[in-house]
Design a protein around this ligand. Structure first.
Ligand SMILES: CCC(=O)NCCS(=O)(=O)O
Length: 349
């Protein structure tokens, strides 16, 4: 039995799972999203160059990916520190920080933020989507990728001794590329060796989540210890959602706080509102999947920080939980979603 077994691995070391408390399973505290810049609508170029003014806040909420500066969350460490203190005050305990190789993971900063605020932070191993893979990464064998991921968990990542406590978010697009497929296989192999939690960023197509699970399962991955992220922008039909839920992974609604009309990465998608997200959670609970539901905000741009008039990392605790209760999700079930399910997912086998 490894020393990790029965424990959760934070950036400050191993902790007992009961210490985690209310947990956001998909956030970013420091990262760059420059890889996903999307040009502004014609005529909006000047606003896009200088969006952080009160009169542009609505524009920024609708076009968050069309301002270069908005994509540089790593410039906001002091504001994020304040946010984490507020998160603790609101009853939060733990953040799973999903930044992986390709979007500027910064482990020393995560460690410092955890020390400064008392919030447990769990860092992610592995690789983001194909367009961030270097040529060297694309040339690696599955075995080499597996060794790197295992080492990030056992010994530390990015030349530090700070260890990751989950694999992911592992980035995939649609269709899934050859390099992403290799990373998925390596993820499954590493998970088999480590007995660790895995979290996936699926492509923007309703078929993408199941295809990722198929690849992981074929490579020996443990689906029951795997989270499928971003279901809010991926599966819209209730019947399809319940079919997907049968596959046995954790089901994550992690874009709470994002309310936008046109989702630039897939204009076919109608991004749901927070009320619609709560409705999806209520459906999953009613249909017996309450042990599998997880929630988060996936903050990855500056405008979502309270410093810039955004909802911040405490939005779920302060605003969404009351809404969940109002829509018939019991307090017991809310506690499962915020405390028990994250704890079971994050504990090493
Ligand atoms: C790195 C953050 C991330 O990938 N977030 C998901 C954004 S979206 O694909 O849901 O638009």
């Amino acid at each position: 039995m490894s020393e990790l077994s029965g424990k959760v691995q934070t950036v400050l070391g191993l902790v007992d799972p009961d210490q985690l408390g209310r947990t956001m399973t998909h956030e970013h505290l420091t990262m760059t999203f420059a890889c996903c810049y999307f040009p502004p609508p014609q005529g909006d170029e000047a606003v896009a160059e200088n969006p952080f003014q009160m009169q542009h806040m609505h524009w920024l909420r609708q076009n968050p990916y069309s301002s270069h500066e908005n994509l540089l969350l790593q410039q906001e460490v002091p504001a994020v520190r304040d946010e984490l203190l507020a998160f603790r005050k609101a009853g939060g305990g733990t953040i799973v920080e999903n930044t992986t190789t390709g979007i500027d993971r910064d482990l020393p900063t995560l460690k410092q933020l955890s020390k400064d605020t008392g919030v447990h932070v769990i860092a992610g191993a592995g690789y983001y989507v194909d367009c961030t893979h270097t040529e060297a990464t694309k040339r690696m064998s599955v075995e080499k990728l597996t060794d790197i991921i295992v080492s990030e968990v056992l010994h530390g990542a990015d030349g530090t001794d700070i260890r990751c406590g989950v694999i992911g978010e592992i980035g995939t697009g649609w269709p899934i590329t050859e390099s992403e497929t290799k990373v998925l296989r390596a993820t499954a192999h590493a998970q088999t060796q480590l007995g660790c939690p895995v979290i996936i960023h699926p492509g923007r197509n309703p078929a993408a989540p199941a295809e990722v699970l198929r690849i992981l399962q074929e490579a020996g991955g443990d689906i029951s210890k795997t989270v499928m992220s971003h279901l809010d922008r991926t599966i819209f039909d209730d019947g399809e959602l319940l079919e997907f839920a049968k596959l046995g992974c954790y089901l994550e609604y992690d874009l709470f706080g994002i309310e936008m009309l046109d989702y630039p990465y897939n204009l076919e998608v109608d991004m749901p509102s927070d009320s619609q997200r709560v409705k999806a959670l209520a459906l999953l609970v009613k249909e017996g999947y309450g042990d599998k539901v997880l929630v988060a905000h996936d903050i990855h741009t500056k405008n979502r920080l309270t410093k810039y008039g955004g909802h911040g990392y405490s939005h779920i605790l302060k605003n969404i939980v009351p809404k969940m209760l109002m829509r018939g999700i019991s307090q017991h079930q809310v506690d499962k979603i915020l405390i028990d399910n994250p704890k079971h997912w994050l504990t090493f086998k």
